[in-house]
Design a protein around this ligand. Sequence first.
Ligand code: FES
Length: 321
Amino acid sequence: MSNIIYNNSSFDVTEGNSVLDTLLKAGIPVPFSCRSGVCQSCLMTLEAGEVPTQALEGLNGEQLAQQLFLSCCCYPQQDLSVRHYDPRANGVTAQVVSKRLLSQSVLELTLDAAIAYQAGQHTNLWRNEKITRCYSIASIPSDPHLRFHITLQPNGQFSQWAWQSLQPGDPLTLQEARGECYYQTDNPSQPLLLAGTGTGLAPLQAITRAALEAGHRGEITLIMGGRNDTDLYFNEPLLQLEREHDNVRCIQLAQRLSSPNANNVRQADIYQYVKEHFSDLNSHVVYLCGADTFVRKMRKQCFFAGVKPRNVYSDTFLPAN
Ligand code: FES
């Protein structure tokens, strides 16, 4: 058992608990979101001791130089002294432009913010110094504003607050954009397959638009899957993309339909559909965004269909209340 000193108080870390687990169990309200090393909302500063390498994965040189580490991935092997880090100190203050519902369960939040990003990257939005959530950016850099698609979780500490309380003109802190899941090919003729679930649509349609803006000529297929047709949204903008670009196909699939041909959604399983229609992915670039189970299973399926590992980009969404 090791011990951590956090902001001058001492805590025992029991077997199988991370620094984050230990502090939360002790009732310390430290910020976190994904608990799996993706969102970086649980960063802390190391004052003394050494953290395991997995607590440093994904951090950039500047963060490492600041002695930052991911508390959710830190299972200490020795005593540590750590302190609270407020990422908002390096954040950007945005202003709410508007909000609207895209479906019963998806909120679109539009912000005015001066941050550099690539279409498909993600960032953290902060409600206050304790509550933050990581969201993919749904806009592309040439759009006038930054947009996000936010799943409205029942009792969601961020999402429900954003829907019920945020008003146009309100300030909101966000961090720099991160992530490798964005349009990056030096071959504009290469076919692209983009597949996702839920609000994985936000980065996928943004990557599609960025590719088109960059002059991509190869076939682009965007496939969204859901359990029910009501899980799918953004039908009209997807139809418009197809109408405006001959090389784009947008396919929406659901295992169950509430009515025949509901909202242009076909009844099919996304894994089965991809297996049948994309049996050879050797020349494709593949983008996968959505639930953890979806991304892992679909990535494996795409490897079996011959996609080259360097041609797969993915972003995993983990549920956070
Ligand atoms: S990276 Fe630790 S909570 Fe997300």
